[in-house]
Design a protein around this ligand. Structure first.
Ligand code: FAD
Length: 384
C-alpha cells in the first residue's frame, strides 16, 4: 500500500457525500477519491417522492453537479465508473482491468431494487425509482400520461401514490398485504394511512399480486392473481430494496443481510469500511437517512485516526404522505409489550409500552403526527 494512496469512497449518494463532508470539516487536505456508477449529482433521495407535491421537475431536485461537488469538497471524483471488485490483500479496487490503490476504502454503494420476474409483453412500461437518474427517466415517461399502477404498498409505494395523486394522476396500488406498510406500522396506523390515501383517490387491490403485465395500446394491462385487471399507462415497481452485498462477498468480506460492520463501521477486511443502505451495522439494516448521518460523523473521525463507534439514538421515520402525515419509531425486534391505541378517524396515536409503562416505540398519524418529537424523546436510544 502506498502512503500517498487516497481514502477511496465508492458511491456518491447521501452516505458517500455526507462522509466526505464530515471528513472535510476536520481535514481540508487528506486525499479523497470518490468513485460512482452514476453522474455524481448531489441530491436528497427522500425528495424523489415529493416532485409533484412540490411542483419540481427531476433536475430541480438536484442540489449540485459533480463538478460543483469536486470544488466544494476538494475531492477527486470519477463518475460513470462502476467498481467490479476489491482486492483487499493488495488494498486495491478493480474497475474492469484497471486497479486503484486505496489507503482506506469505504463502501457506500447503496441497495438494489428488487425486481419481480413478472411475465408479459409490457416490461418496458415498468419503472423502479431508486436514484435521481431513475427519476429523470420516470418523469419523462409519465409526462402527458394519466394512469399509474404501483406494485407494492411499502413506504416508497405509498409516498409515490400520494405524490402522483397530487400531480393529478389516477393511481392503483397492488400489493399482497392486507394493508399498507405492514412491516413498518402497526395495523391501526397503517389502516389510517390506507384510508386517507383511498379518500385521496388511490384505488387499492390488496391481498393479491400482479401475474402478468401486457402491452395494451400505448399502455399496459395488468392481470392480477385474484382475476382482476388494471389498465395503466405505466407501472412503478416499489417492492423493496436489498443491500448491495455481492461484490463484497466476492472479495471475501463477511455479509449477511448487508455488508457486516461493527459500530466502528469496520468490515471483516482491514481498512475497509461500509455505511448507508449497503451496510448491516451491529446487526441493524436501516435504509434511512438518520442512521447514515450518524455513521458518517463517526466514520470520518475513525478514518482520520480517532477510532469512534457510532451510537444510534432513536430513529423515527417520517412517511411523506401529506394526506395523512405519519411518523413511526418501531419497537426493537422481539421487544415485549403491547400497542396502546387511540384512533379518531385517520388520526392515530399508537404507543408500544412494556410492562413498566415505558414507551419502546410509537406510530402517530394525522393530527397526532405533530407529537413525534416529544415521543421520540421518550423512546430509549437503539444504542444506550
Ligand atoms: P444510494 O443513494 O443508493 O447511493 C449509492 C451510490 O453508490 C450511488 O452513487 C451509486 O451510483 C453508487 N454505486 C452503486 N454500485 C456501485 C459500483 N459497483 N461502483 C461504483 N458506484 C456504485 N429515508 C429517510 O430517512 N427518510 C425519507 O423520507 C426517505 N424517503 C425516501 C424516498 C424514496 C423515494 C427513496 C428511494 C428512499 C427514501 N429514503 C428515505 C431512504 C434514503 O433515501 C436512503 O436510505 C439513502 O438515500 C441511501 O443513501 P446511500 O448513499 O447509502 O445509497
Amino acid at each position: 500500500m502506498s502512503a500517498e494512496a487516497p481514502i477511496v469512497i465508492v458511491g456518491t449518494g447521501l452516505s458517500g457525500f455526507s462522509l466526505a463532508r464530515e471528513i472535510r470539516k476536520q481535514d481540508k487536505e487528506v486525499p479523497i477519491l470518490m468513485v460512482t456508477a452514476d453522474d455524481g449529482f448531489s441530491y436528497s433521495k427522500p425528495m424523489l417522492s415529493t416532485g409533484f407535491t412540490k411542483g419540481k421537475e427531476a433536475d430541480e431536485l438536484a442540489q449540485a453537479t459533480a463538478a460543483t461537488m469536486v470544488e466544494q469538497l476538494n475531492i477527486d471524483l470519477r463518475v460513470h465508473t462502476t467498481v467490479t471488485g476489491i482486492d483487499t490483500a493488495a488494498h486495491q479496487l478493480c474497475i474492469g482491468e484497471e486497479r486503484l490503490t486505496y489507503s482506506k476504502l469505504v463502501l457506500a454503494w447503496g441497495a438494489d431494487v428488487i425486481r419481480l420476474p413478472i411475465e408479459g409483453t409490457g416490461q418496458e412500461h415498468v419503472f423502479s425509482i431508486n436514484d435521481l437518474m431513475d427519476y429523470r427517466v420516470f418523469r419523462k415517461a409519465v409526462e402527458g400520461k394519466k394512469r399509474v399502477a404501483i406494485m407494492g404498498a411499502g413506504l416508497i409505494g405509498c409516498e409515490f401514490a400520494n405524490d402522483l395523486r397530487n400531480g393529478d394522476y389516477e393511481v392503483d396500488i397492488i400489493a399482497p398485504s392486507d394493508t399498507v406498510m405492514p412491516g413498518l406500522l402497526p395495523k391501526v396506523a397503517a389502516d389510517a394511512v390506507k384510508d386517507a390515501l383511498a379518500e385521496a383517490g388511490v384505488a387499492f387491490h390488496l391481498e393479491t399480486v400482479v401475474d402478468r403485465i401486457d402491452q395494451d395500446g400505448d399502455g399496459v394491462n395488468l392481470i392480477l392473481a385474484n382475476g382482476e385487471q388494471v389498465s395503466a399507462d405505466l407501472v412503478v415497481s416499489a417492492v423493496g430494496l436489498r443491500p448491495r452485498t455481492s461484490l463484497a462477498a466476492g472479495a471475501g468480506l463477511q455479509v449477511n443481510r448487508g455488508i457486516v460492520v461493527n459500530r466502528a463501521l469496520e468490515t471483516s477486511a482491514e481498512d475497509v469500511y461500509a455505511l448507508g443502505d449497503c451496510a448491516e451495522v451491529d446487526g441493524h439494516v436501516l435504509l434511512y437517512v438518520l442512521p447514515l448521518m450518524a455513521c458518517s460523523r463517526a466514520l470520518a473521525k475513525t478514518l482520520l485516526g480517532e477510532r469512534v463507534e457510532v451510537a444510534y439514538g432513536t430513529m423515527p421515520v417520517m412517511v411523506k404522505t401529506p394526506c395523512c402525515p405519519t411518523a413511526v419509531c418501531p419497537p426493537p425486534q422481539g421487544a415485549e409489550g403491547d400497542w396502546q391505541v387511540e384512533r379518531d378517524g385517520n388520526n392515530v396515536r399508537a404507543l408500544f409500552k412494556d410492562g413498566d409503562g415505558q414507551v419502546l416505540g410509537f406510530a402517530v398519524t394525522g393530527d397526532y403526527a405533530m407529537e413525534k418529537q416529544a415521543l421520540a424523546k421518550e423512546v430509549p436510544p437503539i444504542h444506550s
